[in-house]
Design a protein around this ligand. Structure first.
Ligand SMILES: [Zn+2]
Length: 889
């Protein structure tokens, strides 16, 4: 799909000064509406300011509100249509800004369209108006609109805090509004909350007063922004702050968690000046908070509300009782992601959800870049390759879609938050930055931000900015990779040494997991920047036709895609692959992991036998980069699961991993060491978990010992390894063990630790215990936002059991999931399955429960299972043969 032609630098609402008063006439503003932009509202009016006053009634789970909206009517009309969902509107009046009598409107609600139509007694002419509404709404118990999270406070008493979550289309559950991203406006928010609570919004409080026993907090006016970025929270909070780059940065948490927030606060303070410099436009708001919430969602972990990021506790609190080293690193990464959105998303916003990747691909790329800058020892460049592999997993299936995609319904907007938008987006940007050069790319980004700040933009605006900064030819490459789905396949011909260089022919086609024949007959074509090295300098060409001749300096081992920036698969000759396996320990970590993943993907999809993939995987040196070892172990474990039922093959894999990496685990030790390298701290739990899964005797003995000690003393296992050691026990639990973990979960008050323990109850291999976990999820005990994660954990071990249970209790389970996450939940439950018998179950579920336009997540699950199950017999027999031919020791 190609997007409609773009009005360069003149997206909707460009004429309104940020934060200022709209001085434009209605006639002038009508010209700023981009008619090619999708919308679900008639283009008859444009808002420019909202003044919202509201009172939440937390215990009753309702709120009352009133809003005054300054808007321009741009086309004469008898009615105004705004978005509203689950709101009861009691009064509606309209008056001209110039004065004159008010018109009272009749209100008509359309629940399916999520709109409120205000019908006036006579036609309204073009001009500036003020619309006043009074209304009431619901406080939800999942993260949509205004929602409540319940938890046990520091004194172990039941407590409730309120938060908002509006992306993609849930501001309309809080205030009747023009709830689409290109309707940018300024917002005044006044909240009346209990006097002992703290209230937080995008802007600092301007004034506070007591009114009828409540505290009324008036926040400063926001700059021009999209409705999905508005935020409010109130509760028994504490706030820790720091100064950074002339701004106040803060972390807001439930009272008592201030110390656990220091790691996130330091990250925030460290990242802000770095981004100010990178983007060339300083962070524009007076403060930046990140607000922690005690709960979870099936849809998101954190949200970039402008000036007031929201993050669930597990991704913001560094809790010595439970946070792993990987979890701690994630706190930094999540902070880096949401802060990047303060520019890419908040200051400059995609005009419509088709371009969601401009937000998400960019923030994903930037989180890796910032992490590489501050924490190169965490090896984020290998995570970048992992991100590419995650994207390719989806992008190799028939049901994939282009990065720039077509979104027409609210549900499609929710579904757009997938690994194509995030991870393919990130991978394509990495490739383009490498193609442009980092300085030219950054210069282009600075131009883009400066040209579109406080406005909306489209994908092509970004390409124009980077080309104008000097990246010649970038638009051609970028357009191919963002408007077409799928993955290029570069086939390498046999190479020859000619005058000190390696001569080789590259042939371009398309890689597909489930449609090899069809794409071989009619492949898509891309301009692909291909890099190659052969012991001398690295060369780059942009392949345009079906074949490209290449002369690579040097006659060493030929490596295509060194650095792994390219978004394509590479099919080598067997000789070239063997030469790479022989040189493997000398390659950079990211190339090692890139080669393993590339070769295995080609083997699993049947482009080559399993043997080259397994040869490269087994070439991984056990003392190589911690992160590559971690990921290589993951690949062995994936093969282990595919060999289910073949005891000899599973024993061979377990023996191979144990023999190769057992010694490394013994060197690392079973306990964390003070001041050890981050790589050691993240590799240890991976090795414990995997060797525990293979029932390595030493690991099992230690797990049993630690579990017994933990039952007596909850601090007997170091927090950073608690979920790992307990995970080994939970997987092999009997009923008595399961009961002990259960009673400990019930007694735990720390929100992150508590939900981790409940999830462990879903990890048992034993089917009877898995059923007990599912039954437990339907009770009120785990907590409203914890239960869905428990069901997901069960489905990780027993996909069919989990899915059958959910189908049997669908309406109850739906109450446990945010509205935005519902249609993707079933796809997640099916994620671990290779069972073709599940296909009709999933298809029937989709037909019965989802509109035809909203079935994409299920189609992806079906495509994946169909592909996996069709290849499984071949993969199993070839893998078993390889294992038998390569005995260990
Ligand atoms: Zn994001």
């Amino acid at each position: 799909m190609k997007i409609a032609a773009v009005l360069l630098a003149s997206a909707a609402l460009t004429l309104i000064a940020p934060g200022g008063v709209n001085a434009q006439t209605a006639a002038a503003r009508a010209d700023t509406v981009d008619p090619s932009l999708p919308t679900q509202l008639p283009r008859t009016a444009i808002p420019h300011h909202y003044a919202i006053t509201f009172t939440p009634h937390a215990q009753r789970l309702t709120f009352d509100g009133k809003v005054g909206i300054d808007l321009d009517v741009i086309k004469a009309t008898r009615e105004l249509v705004l978005n509203a969902a689950d709101l009861k509107i009691t009064t509606a009046t309209l008056r001209t800004v110039a004065g004159g009598t008010s018109l009272t409107a009749r209100v008509s609600i359309d629940g399916d369209a999520q709109t409120a139509t205000f019908i006036f007694p006579r036609s309204i002419t073009r001009g500036a108006y003020h619309l006043d509404l009074t209304y009431s709404g619901k406080i939800n118990t999942q993260a949509n609109g205004l929602f409540a999270l319940d938890y046990k406070n520091k004194e172990s008493k039941a407590a409730r805090s309120l938060f908002t979550q509006f992306e993609a289309a849930d501001a309309r559950r809080f205030v009747p509004s023009f709830d689409e991203p290109d309707y940018k406006a300024t917002f005044d928010l006044i909240a009346r909350v209990p006097a002992n609570e703290m209230a937080v919004s995008n802007m600092p409080a301007a004034a506070t007063r007591n009114i009828g026993g409540l505290k009324e907090v008036r926040f400063e006016t926001t700059p021009m922004m999209s409705s999905y970025l508005l935020f409010f929270a109130s509760g028994d909070f504490e706030r820790v702050t720091k100064r950074a780059a002339g701004r106040e940065v803060g972390i807001v948490t439930s009272r008592g968690n201030g110390a656990k927030a220091q790691f996130a606060l330091n990250a925030e303070a460290q990242i802000l000046p770095y981004y100010n410099d990178y983007f060339g436009t300083p962070y524009p708001l007076p403060k930046l908070d990140n607000v922690g919430g005690p709960g979870q969602s099936q849809f998101f972990g954190a949200m970039e509300n402008w000036g007031a990021i929201f993050t669930f506790d597990y991704a913001i609190l560094d809790d010595p009782a439970i946070t792993t080293e990987a979890g701690r690193q994630d706190i930094f990464v999540v902070e880096a992601h949401e802060m990047a959105h303060q520019w890419f998303g908040d200051l400059v916003t995609m005009a419509w959800w088709d371009d969601l990747w401009l937000n998400e691909g960019f923030a994903s790329w930037m989180e890796t870049k910032a992490t590489q800058h501050f924490h190169p020892d965490w090896e984020p460049d290998i995570d970048r390759v992992g991100s590419r592999e995650g994207a390719m997993g989806l992008d190799s299936l028939n049901s994939t879609h282009p990065v720039v995609q077509q979104v027409r319904t609210v549900e499609q907007a929710n579904q757009a938050f997938d690994s194509i938008a995030y991870s393919k987006g990130e991978s394509v940007i990495s490739m383009l930055e490498d193609f442009a050069g980092p300085d030219v790319w950054r210069d282009g980004i600075r131009r883009y931000i400066a040209a579109h700040k406080y406005q909306n933009s489209r994908t092509t605006d970004l390409w124009s900015a980077v080309e104008s900064a000097g990246a010649r030819g970038l638009t051609t490459v970028a357009t191919d990779f963002t408007t077409q789905p799928g993955i290029p396949l570069i086939t390498v011909g046999s190479s020859q040494c000619v005058n000190g260089g390696t001569a080789v022919t590259l042939t371009q086609a398309q890689f597909s997991a489930d449609r090899k024949q069809q794409v071989a007959a009619r492949p898509l074509a891309w301009h692909v920047p291909v890099k190659a090295s052969a012991g001398g300098a690295t060369v780059q060409v942009v392949t345009a036709g079906p074949t490209t001749q290449l002369l690579v300096p040097g006659c060493g081992v030929l490596l295509i895609n060194p650095g792994q920036y390219g978004y394509y698969r590479t099919l080598y000759t067997p000789q070239q692959e063997a030469a790479l396996a022989a040189r493997f320990p000398q390659l950079a970590g990211m190339d090692q992991y890139g080669l393993i993943s590339n070769a295995l993907a080609l083997s699993l999809a049947g482009y080559q036998p399993m043997q080259p993939g397994l040869d490269l995987l087994s070439a991984m040196p056990p003392h190589g980069s911690a992160k590559v070892v971690q990921r290589a172990v993951g690949r062995w474990d994936d093969l282990y699961d595919r060999m289910e039922g073949d005891k000899a093959a599973q024993a061979a894999i377990a023996g191979r991993v144990t023999r190769s990496l057992g010694p490394r685990l013994r060197e690392l030790g079973f306990q964390p060491k003070p001041g050890e390298p981050a790589g050691d701290a993240t590799l240890r739990p991976t090795l414990i978990a995997t060797l525990g899964k293979y029932r390595d005797p030493q690991v099992m003995t230690e797990a049993t010992r630690l579990f017994a000690a933990w039952l007596k003393d909850p601090n007997a296992i170091p927090g950073s390894l608690k979920s790992t050691w307990l995970g080994v026990i939970a997987r092999n639990a009997d009923a008595a063990t399961w009961d002990s973990i259960h009673s400990r979960a019930e007694a735990t008050t720390g929100t992150v630790e508590r939900s981790s323990l409940y999830q462990l109850l879903g990890r048992s291999k034993d089917e009877a215990l898995a059923r007990r976990a599912l039954e437990l999820a339907l009770t009120s005990e785990p907590g409203k936002t914890v239960s869905a994660g428990l069901i997901t954990a069960v489905a990780g071990q027993h996909p069919r059991l989990g899915i059958d249970f959910v189908l049997a209790h669908l309406s109850q389970v739906n109450q446990l999931i945010d509205i935005s996450g519902r249609s993707s939940f079933m796809q997640r439950l099916a994620g671990a399955s290779r069972d073709a018998a599940l296909i009709p179950v999933l298809e029937n579920y989709a037909k019965a429960n989802l509109a035809e336009s909203d079935r994409k997540p299920i189609q992806r699950a079906v495509d994946r299972i169909r592909f996996e199950s069709s290849q499984l017999p071949r993969i199993r027999s070839e893998t078993a043969a390889w294992l038998a031919a390569h005995p260990v020791g």
